[in-house]
Write a protein that binds this ligand. Structure first.
Ligand code: UDP
Length: 405
């Protein structure tokens, strides 16, 4: 099939760890690669955010990345991109009408891509599949006045869910959120993200570590909702271990990053500064080395639309201590592949980490089951197969639409 992925802010070619570059970038890159490997013709449309970007770049994994001119050719925070979506969709329509390649299906990632996809669909008749990756309702609930999303995000997300041909939810928690938002259950299919089982595997090189000091790893963009403060506080209850935090700006820029400074100050206050290490952004291909160096992964977000890092750790045979939120409730099986805890509770988190570090038998049991679960249920090949089937369905059932000239 000819498949257009739209990922307006999250390029599959981006360096990860920064404020707006994380799971969605990985998801789009891996899904596109898996679909291309299965013989599909995939183009990813993302916003041109630098002047020197060519219009089309062939990714090594066999799909094209097309840089769409929409707004200034420089980085723009994703919450400020809405005014440029009309230009984005207008460019797509021109490009498809004037060129020799038109998609059979559009898969939009994030709500703003959905708006651009829907506008393009109304003029071209190409069906749209929507993955939200994150929901405005959940973000508002947790971040309150600090949520910088555009005011109409939530109503746009509701309208999108009712207008697109199919909604792909990534986990059961998201299904419930979407139903509460007003998107009918009958419009949704659950297809979880996958994990790259070649990059993330138990055997392979590991990052250096002190042999006698247990390592607790935590990974993510350095933003408040990822719960790194809870992890730092929890380290007070884990006196023998070190805590390594991967993510954020590149190592050289960590000194000036406001959130990194706050974490360091908190570690000083808690008396754990000598055991908390911030590594900064790590290239995707090197992430496996960090997971393999750890005794366990902690994922302590306040909320998590899906959460790739627990799954990546599991695929490396590393147990997870996570908060019972969002997709983590699906990927981590409590008491089997890891432990699930309430969010924002350093006491519970520290106690669980220490208990697991003290119990080698339990840790090995979790590691074995984590690896088995990641391999059985979360390969990108399986996700791509299910989505290709779904694309086929929406193309087949779409009634002839009124195409606006
Ligand atoms: N990641 C990375 N380098 C970093 C930090 C994160 O490659 O320095 C990757 C990580 O391996 C995962 C993604 O970024 O694939 C983060 O995805 P997740 O779903 O955990 O969080 P999100 O960023 O979507 O909130």
């Amino acid at each position: 099939m000819r498949i257009a992925m739209i990922s307006e802010h999250a390029s599959p070619l981006a360096v990860l760890g920064g404020e707006d570059a994380g799971g969605q970038n990985t998801h789009v890159a891996e899904l596109s690669a898996a679909l291309a490997a299965a013989g599909h013709d995939v183009k990813v449309y993302t916003r041109r955010d630098a002047v020197d970007l060519p219009v089309t770049v062939r990714a090594p994994d066999g799909y094209d990345v097309v840089h769409v001119p929409a707004g200034p050719a420089e980085p723009v925070a994703k919450d400020a991109l809405l005014p440029h979506m009309k230009e984005f969709s207008g460019w797509l329509v021109e490009h498809w009408r004037g060129g020799d390649w038109t998609p059979e299906v559009i898969h939009a990632h994030f709500w703003m891509s959905g708006l651009a996809a829907l506008a393009a669909s109304r003029q071209t008749g190409v069906p749209v599949v929507q993955t939200y990756h994150a929901l405005g309702t959940v973000k508002k609930r947790h971040q309150g006045v600090q949520d910088t999303s555009p005011a109409r995000r939530i109503s746009y997300e509701r309208e999108l869910g009712r207008a697109v041909d199919r909604v792909v939810a990534q986990c059961q928690d998201e299904v419930g959120e979407l139903v509460r938002l007003g998107v009918p259950r009958s419009r949704m299919t659950v297809v979880p993200s996958g994990v790259n089982l070649t990059t993330f595997a138990p055997l392979g090189p590991a990052a250096d570590r002190e042999p006698d000091r247990p390592r607790v790893l935590t990974v993510g963009r350095l933003v408040e909702r990822k719960g790194f403060q809870t992890v730092v506080r929890a380290m007070e209850l884990v006196p023998q271990a070190e805590c390594v935090i991967v993510g954020g700006p590149p190592a050289g820029l960590l000194e000036t990053d406001p959130y990194a400074r706050r974490l360091r100050a908190l570690a000083e206050t808690c008396g754990v500064a000598d055991r908390v290490k911030l590594v900064g952004a790590v290239p995707r291909e090197e992430m496996g080395r960090w997971y393999r160096s750890a005794d366990l992964l902690v994922a302590a977000p306040w909320y998590e639309p899906f959460g790739l890092t627990p799954l990546e750790a599991m695929a490396c045979g590393v147990p997870v201590v996570g908060t019972a939120v969002g997709g983590i409730k699906d990927t981590v099986v409590d008491g089997v592949t890891g432990d699930l805890l309430p969010a924002r509770d350093p006491q519970a988190l520290g106690t669980a980490i220490q208990r697991l570090l003290d119990d080698r038998i339990r840790r090995f049991g979790y590691a074995t089951e984590a690896l088995r679960r990641a391999r059985r249920s979360y390969s990108w090949g399986t996700a791509a197969e299910r989505l290709a089937e779904l694309y086929g369905e929406v193309v087949a059932v779409r009634r002839p639409t009124r195409v606006v000239a």
